[in-house]
Design a binder for this molecule. Structure first.
Ligand code: MN3
Length: 206
């Protein structure tokens, strides 16, 4: 089994001025590419021999039993999956608010779209060091959470588990070239390029 680097559905400079082209290029062609290669190498070398036969399992099954796998598979499997989600929930035509069932679910779980945004932004700003902020589906409910490193809410080790429908990478590699230490500015810029159509699709599928 081999995972393939996600093809971006837009050009590297398409998310300017919010996410700059150079950061997008390095983030996708270097960071995401490395997670992809290292995941494939780990699955091919340790996967087939290990007791859990991880080489034959899907990433979701691996995440569900992540304690049985190596740290290399945890970090690179998460890195592969998280960035694949991240690129898809961004769009040069994004921003604004979701509508329909997703908006209703957000309002039901957080009282208002603005209080959801505030809670998510706060989770992203206060995640210490490297990690991700998430909007996840837990049954009928939507919940905001964050995870360290390349962990995600699908992993058995996550403090708060659920199906991620929106994620924000808060590793410094995601923003340092343009925003340096100003993570809150990067988070504020993110809202201008969220692809709510894709988030709604994931919400309906979850
Ligand atoms: Mn990243």
């Amino acid at each position: 089994m081999n995972y393939t680097l996600t093809k971006l559905p837009y050009a590297y400079d398409a998310l300017e001025p919010h996410f700059d082209a150079k950061t997008m290029e390095i983030h996708h062609s270097k960071h995401h590419a490395a997670y992809t290669d290292n995941l494939n190498k780990a699955l091919n070398s340790e996967g087939c021999e290990c007791k859990c036969e991880c080489g034959n399992k899907t990433l979701l099954e691996i995440f569900h039993n992540i304690n049985e796998y190596s740290v290399v598979i945890r970090n690179n499997g998460g890195g592969y999956y998280n960035h694949d989600l991240f690129w898809r929930i961004l769009s040069p035509n994004g921003g604004g608010k979701p509508n329909g069932e997703l908006l209703q679910a957000i309002e039901k779980s957080f009282n208002s779209f603005d209080s959801f945004k505030e809670q998510f932004s706060n989770a992203a700003a206060t995640r210490f060091g490297s990690g991700w902020a998430w909007l996840i589906k837990q049954g009928d409910k939507l919940v905001v959470s964050s995870t360290p490193n390349q962990d995600n809410p699908l992993m058995a080790v996550a403090e708060i588990k659920g199906i991620p429908i929106l994620g924000l990478d808060v590793w410094e590699h995601a923003y340092y070239l343009k925003y340096q230490n100003r993570r809150p500015e990067y988070i504020a810029a993110f809202w201008n390029i969220v692809n709510w159509e894709e988030v709604s699709r994931r919400f309906n599928e979850a």
